[in-house]
Each structure stands twice: as structure tokens, then as C-alpha cells.
Design a protein around this ligand. Structure first.
Ligand SMILES: [Mn+2]
Length: 358
């Protein structure tokens, strides 16, 4: 297991590489160039600058996240080919600088959804990201987007870049005629074009699950269960077509048995990396992001780490969203303190499993 941390770059993150390096056990980053719009080429110069900075801090940079897929590709529009070409150029450029895994998603319009980015946890006064489908009530997708952007403490959030959302209403209208099967066909077209290039340059694509793990606003969503992922890995059968198994996103739906899903795809060698975190169920389609510690939420982090140990022990993982604690102000979900605590907790479980397995 390689423990990593998400970092947005020195211009865009409140956390420094030095702070990340000081978290015991941290080997590297899951990096992102958060200023890049979906469909744009990530140039060699941009990638080199980011990777060089990470290396200079004594950290590795083998995983890159949020190389976003242009909406025209998901919708299967005639313009998709030029965006696929750009995507392939980005894959080749990333490979030149040592990137091994690219995390992306194939969710229509919305990357992830919450109804509150800072809901107080009554037990201790910390706060975390929160979702209650009932609170969506009369909210339109446009209302929700405005709410989310206004409550980011001035930071951008992955998937919520204002440019991407400018044409929201037109895009939503277009998706009314796209069924889940049609979306999967468009997905196959994309994978058939990029996966051979990934095989050639030694990169794994890792798709992030829908978050939350069910359909929303009537949009087709095809990545939120074991059954969905079985279909995705079969769309283009290759060791380069893998999953970013996000335990909190998939785990937002209590029907998903996370350790079982990890074992299933781990044994198939189809897990490129994992985001590991906990979630607390508060009712039907209502949850908050909990601390990593198992008993503060509803996922069993020991069983999750054991499934990783047994089926994909060399994989990249990172603590995912943390709560905001100790009066930290930062990007919702991406503060330093609670994610660092999460990393140490996961490291502790890993050490115990490793020693007990000898
Ligand atoms: Mn995630």
C-alpha cells in the first residue's frame, strides 16, 4: 500500500508540501491541476512544473486526479473526437513525467453532490460534508450549483469549476434523451479510443464512483454498484481499465458491501487506487462524512484495509475527505488535520494487519 494525499498545487491549496511530507508514512500525492477545464490538453510544461515541485519536496507523484472528461464525450456528440484526441495527448504527456494512474469519472454534469458543505457534527462541534435528499426538495440543479460554489470558502472544488457549469441548463436538457445504456455506449467509445494508448505508455485509468451512489435529478448514472462496475470493466477488458474505489462515495448507499466489492475487483486486478474514508448514515438517502475511525461511522475500516491487504496490497490509497476540526479554514473536505489523522489511523490498521499476518 502506498499512502498518498490530494494536493491542488501551491497557488490553490492552503496546505503546503512540507506539511504533507511531515505526515508519517506519506509517500506521495494524488495530484491535480485544478485550473484545467474539461477537454483541455494538460501541457508538458504544466505537468513538469507540478511534478518537479512535488519531487523537490521529497514526495512521489504517480497518481493524477480529475482529468475531467468533456461533456460532449459523455453525451456522444459529433464534437467528441477532438476532445478524445486532447485526452489522449494529456495521457501521453502525463506518462512522460512518471504518472502511473489517472483518476476520472463518467458522471453526467455533476461530479459529486452535497446539500451542505459544513454541517456541524453535534457530538463534537466539528463539521463535515453532508447530504439529505429531502433537503433537495424544490431545489433545481442550478440552485444547488449556486449554493455549492458560494460555500467553498473561496476555493474551487473539483468538478464544480464555474466554467464547466455555465451551460448547465442546455446540458441538463440534452441528458433527458440519454438512457443509462446510451451513456454506457458513449463510455465504451471513449475507452476503446484511450485504453490502447494507456497500455502502450503504462498508465491505468481509474474511474471514480458516482457520489452519492444513486441517480439524481433524473440524470443517467452508471457507476455506483458492483454490478455497474462489472459492466464498466467489461466495456474494454484490459488491466489499464480500472476503478478508483472510493469507499465513502460507494458507501453512501448502505446496499454496497465495500469490503466485498474491494475483494471482487482486487482479485480481478482492476483497482487502480482507492480513496478511503468513512460515512455515517442518518436516514434514507441522508448521511454525513464521518471521521475515519470505524466506530464514528458505519463503514468497517479494518475490513476495508484487510480486503486491500488480501487482494491488492501494492495499491495507492489516500485518506479522503476529512472533517473541519481545530478551527481550520480550508477547502471543504480537504483540510490538513482530519485527513492527516485519517492517514495515521489507516497506517495503524495496516501495520497491525501486516504483523498479525506474518
Ligand atoms: Mn473519492
Amino acid at each position: 500500500m502506498k499512502m498518498t494525499f490530494r494536493w491542488y498545487g501551491s497557488d490553490s491549496d492552503s496546505i503546503t508540501l512540507k506539511q504533507i511530507k511531515q505526515i508519517p508514512g506519506m509517500t506521495g500525492l494524488m495530484g491535480v491541476l485544478d485550473y484545467k477545464a474539461a477537454g483541455e490538453v494538460w501541457t508538458e510544461e504544466e505537468i513538469k512544473a507540478y511534478v518537479d515541485e512535488v519531487h523537490a519536496a521529497g514526495l512521489e507523484c504517480e497518481v493524477i486526479e480529475s482529468v475531467n472528461v468533456h461533456e460532449d464525450i459523455k453525451m456522444g456528440l459529433p464534437t467528441r473526437d477532438k476532445y478524445i484526441e486532447n485526452y489522449i495527448t494529456t495521457i501521453r504527456n502525463l506518462a512522460k513525467y512518471g504518472i502511473k494512474v489517472i483518476v476520472y469519472n463518467f458522471m453526467p454534469v455533476f461530479d459529486w453532490l452535497r446539500t451542505d458543505l459544513a454541517r456541524e457534527i453535534p457530538e463534537d462541534g466539528s463539521n463535515s460534508l453532508y447530504f439529505d435528499e429531502a433537503e433537495l426538495g424544490d431545489m433545481t440543479p442550478v440552485d444547488l450549483v449556486k449554493n455549492t460554489i458560494e460555500n467553498c470558502n473561496g476555493f474551487t472544488l473539483p468538478g464544480w469549476e464555474p466554467e464547466r457549469l455555465a451551460e448547465l441548463e442546455t446540458t441538463l436538457k440534452h441528458y433527458e434523451s440519454i438512457t443509462p445504456d446510451m451513456l454506457r455506449e458513449n463510455y465504451k467509445y471513449f475507452l476503446d479510443a484511450i485504453i490502447p494508448v494507456c497500455e502502450e505508455v503504462g498508465i491505468k485509468m481509474a474511474v471514480h464512483p458516482d457520489d452519492p451512489a444513486w441517480p439524481i435529478f433524473g440524470l443517467p448514472r452508471i457507476s455506483h454498484s458492483q454490478e455497474d462496475f462489472d459492466k464498466i470493466v467489461a466495456l474494454h477488458d484490459s488491466p489499464a481499465n480500472t476503478l478508483c474505489l472510493c469507499t465513502g462515495s460507494l458507501g453512501s448507499n448502505p446496499d454496497n458491501n465495500i469490503p466485498e466489492i474491494i475483494r471482487h475487483f482486487g482479485e480481478m486486478d482492476r483497482i487502480g487506487c482507492l480513496h478511503v474514508r468513512n460515512v455515517k448514515y442518518l436516514g434514507h438517502r441522508k448521511f454525513r462524512e464521518a471521521a475515519h475511525l470505524s466506530r464514528t461511522g458505519d463503514l468497517d475500516l479494518f475490513e476495508i484495509m484487510k480486503a486491500i491487504y488480501d487482494t491488492c496490497p501494492d495499491v495507492y490509497i489516500r485518506p479522503d475527505h476529512g472533517r473541519m476540526i481545530w478551527d481550520e479554514v480550508g477547502r471543504p473536505g480537504y483540510g490538513l488535520y482530519d485527513r492527516a489523522l485519517g492517514a495515521e489511523y489507516l497506517e495503524g490498521i495496516w501495520e497491525a494487519i501486516t504483523k498479525m499476518s506474518k
